[in-house]
Design a protein around this ligand. Structure first.
Ligand code: DQA
Length: 140
């Protein structure tokens, strides 16, 4: 099982931005924990982060035939990127949407995701464990 973990806009600052919301672990530390968990469960992981919508679109296109699933935290793109929504719909690789925070308990604009309808499912509100739980959903 090969899983691509994709992180979008602003997520490179995880651990340094809004620590009360996203915690103090860096994205690198979170990725390491996810990779270790995956390895222990017999899965392989690859990681990519970009602040650029087009790079994320390309990463999703490139996952076709290469990965069994994508774990995707698109950051704020979640709430308005029809380009990412269409990219997810364009590939056969299943995508699980992830958010570290409980987006429903925050500002109104975070309650809507344009990605959820084309994702296999969604995990949110569990901090870094949102990624682990999303990974586990592919392994069940
Ligand atoms: C986020 C939630 C988004 O609303 C926000 O724009 C982010 C991070 C999360 O992981 O909780 O950048 O996706």
């Amino acid at each position: 099982m090969k899983i691509l973990v994709l992180n979008g806009v602003n997520l490179a600052l995880t651990g340094r931005r809004e620590r009360g919301v996203y915690g103090s672990e860096t994205l690198e530390e979170i990725n390491k924990a996810v990779a270790a968990y995956a390895k222990a469960r017999g899965a392989e992981t690859a990681f990519f982060q970009s602040d650029l919508e087009g790079e994320l679109v390309r990463a999703i296109h490139g996952a076709q035939g290469m990965y069994d699933g994508i774990i995707f935290n698109a950051g704020a793109f979640t709430h308005y990127s029809y380009a990412l929504r269409d990219a997810i719909a364009a590939v056969e690789v299943p995508v699980v949407e992830v958010h570290m925070s409980n987006v429903h308990a925050r500002e109104e604009f975070r309650r809507n995701s344009v990605l959820t309808p084309v994702c296999r499912g969604e995990v949110l509100g569990f901090g870094k464990n949102s990624y682990i739980l999303a990974l586990e959903s592919f392994l069940l």
